[in-house]
Design a protein. Structure first.
Length: 142
């Protein structure tokens, strides 16, 4: 569905606030961007958050383990209808843990809800592309 320029700019502003808050490790700002019933899957086997408080605990754990984090989005696609919007983007996630810097390519999908005053995340899913899966192949091989 084609998205108005106004809606696109509003959603992009929320995404920028999210990436900025991640770089500051600002838990309160990140939680404020979510619906009370927010749900998310992270990349770890145990990373499933249902509700704001679960998301807060997830962020506290992440930020306690990393000296720095930085997140950049690219190839952002936005769709919307009424007060619901969806996002698909590539992410570059950079972090330093135990003094060692790493960069990971991650994928993100998210659903946002317009409240009349702001757009908030209602759902998010982060994943790594399958390792061992060659380009052009539908299934990973060992």
């Amino acid at each position: 569905m084609r998205v108005s320029e106004q809606t696109r700019e509003q959603i992009m502003a929320v995404l920028r606030r999210m990436t900025d808050a991640m770089g500051r490790k600002d838990i309160e700002s990140l939680v404020s961007l979510t619906d009370p019933e927010f749900r998310a899957f992270g990349t770890g086997a145990d990373e499933k958050a249902i509700g704001r408080e679960a998301y807060r605990r997830h962020l506290e754990r992440d930020f306690a383990q990393a000296e720095t984090v930085a997140l950049d989005l690219s190839d952002v696609h936005i769709g919307a209808e009424g007060t619901v919007a969806w996002v698909m983007a590539d992410m570059t996630y950079r972090f330093v843990v135990d003094g060692i810097g790493e960069t990971r390519d991650v994928r993100m999908t998210a659903v946002l809800r317009g409240t009349g005053h702001a757009w908030v995340f209602t759902q998010a899913h982060y994943s790594f592309p399958a390792g061992g899966q060659e380009e052009g192949r539908s299934y990973p091989t060992n």
